[in-house]
Design a binder for this molecule. Structure first.
Ligand code: AMP
Length: 412
């Protein structure tokens, strides 16, 4: 089996097999030997590349022979969802390791976290704010940490967590192994990397290029017809599960509401939800109870939903990096996916599309929807035309090109 050269312990190999991983992904091939050799690693990789297992597998290998109940590995992640996701990977790959792990983030009670820490854990996956609270209250000690992982460092920077991270690192022994993963490398992250990593091995996995398995296309439309176009697009597209991005949480909520009204099994993920509601929405999307998730960038960052067949940008993102992150939610780990953007006739959208095309190295395919009235003065498409239960598997993809020759299915 291609994981064999890493000489991982039998209990880990068994779990790799159980997860159905047959070949290491490129980031795993490069990161696992480096981490096992004790080197610091700077991984330039977005989610969907298998980066979580790339650090979890060697961490398990290193911790299994040691004592239990001593906090030796700390993983810092920007969002609660990502922390939970990493913890799930630790729990599944480390199922028979006897190692224990715990997530620490805000929005939930402190008491449970404190008593779990008192009982003793081997690995903590934490968001910076709550971890700092624990440090200030002396309810956690990081003095025995041997391996520190900073995941999605650029996102933590975007969210303003860098000062907290610097404070946290002061509590960790300097004699440690540090791994930092980031999809992009803005100057502040580069400076952080230089400050906290020692002679790191740099591993770069297609961070500037979108995932190859994704087909990108745009749907130009007048700004006031975006909602109607979204409905027509969903109606005519054969989808499995769809992740729709909006600019604001308010818009996420209203698109979610509209789609529910149209009969879609839909949920939204935005900052106003309680942790319980967010987790319920995510679980529902992951296990197929919802076909559509409407989310903002922050809420969806790092979320691994491996069955996402389509990402639709209802609103374009503000940066090309965000475009790559969003569209990276589909086509994960060698599956294929479509990334569609609804592009309004505004200067902002035109500028952003130009930048995205430059980043992608060529023009994005322009598509139109057959039968859609692009000349409507206002949103006059009768909503009844779209009211139905969502039955994606039975729907045919019937695109019309700009010259209106119908295409039944594009080749991937
Ligand atoms: P990540 O980039 O860590 O978010 O991982 C993305 C997805 O790839 C997750 O669903 C993993 O379970 C999956 N994955 C990770 N490693 C492998 C592998 N070697 N083979 C197949 N799938 C993998």
């Amino acid at each position: 089996m291609p994981f064999t050269p890493f000489n991982l312990r039998a209990e880990i190999m068994k779990q790799i097999e159980e997860e159905g991983y047959t070949n290491p992904t490129p980031i795993q091939s490069q990161a696992i030997p480096a981490v096992l050799a004790g080197q610091d690693v700077m991984g330039l990789a977005q989610t969907g590349t298998g980066k979580t297992a790339a650090f979890v597998l060697p961490i398990l290998q290193k911790l299994i022979p040691g004592p239990r109940g001593k906090l030796r590995a700390l993983i810092i992640a920007p969002t609660r969802e990502l922390a939970e996701q990493i913890n799930e990977t630790i729990r599944s790959l480390g199922k028979t390791s006897g190692l224990t792990s715990l997530t620490i983030y805000g929005g939930v009670g402190l008491r449970g976290q404190i008593s779990a820490l008192k009982r003793g854990v081997d690995i903590v996956v934490a968001c910076p704010g709550r971890l700092l609270d624990h440090l200030q209250q002396h309810t956690i000690s990081l003095t025995q940490i041997e391996i520190l992982v900073l995941d999605e460092a650029d996102q933590m920077f975007d969210m303003g967590f860098l000062p907290n991270i610097r404070k946290i690192i002061k509590h960790i022994p300097t004699k440690r192994q540090t791994l930092l993963f980031s999809a992009t490398m803005p100057p502040d992250i580069r400076r952080l990397t230089e400050a906290i990593l020692k002679n790191p091995v740099t591993i770069e996995v297609a961070h500037t290029k979108p995932v190859e398995a994704i087909t990108h296309a745009i749907f130009p439309v007048k700004a006031h017809l975006k909602t109607d176009l979204l409905l027509a697009l969903l109606k005519q597209t054969e989808t499995q599960s769809v992740l729709i991005f909006t600019k604001t949480k308010h818009r996420a909520k209203s698109v979610d509401k509209l789609l529910k009204k149209e009969g879609y099994r839909c949920a939204s993920l935005q900052g106003n939800l309680s942790q319980g509601q967010r987790q319920a929405a995510l679980n529902g999307f992951r296990d197929g109870r919802f076909d559509i998730m409407v989310a903002t960038d922050i809420a969806a960052r790092g979320i691994d939903v491996s069955r996402v067949s389509h990402v639709i940008n209802f609103d374009l993102p503000d940066t090309t990096e965000a475009y790559i992150h969003r569209t990276g939610r589909t086509g994960r780990a060698s599956r294929t996916g479509d990334a569609y953007s609804i592009v309004a006739d505004t200067t902002d959208d035109a500028t952003m599309i130009k930048q995205i095309e430059r980043k992608m190295g060529g023009p994005l395919e322009r598509l139109t929807i057959e039968g859609f009235n692009y000349n409507l003065a206002a949103s006059t498409i009768p909503k009844a035309a779209f009211a139905r239960t969502h039955q994606p598997q039975q729907r045919k993809k019937t695109w019309g090109s700009s010259s209106s020759a119908p295409i039944t299915k594009r080749k991937r």
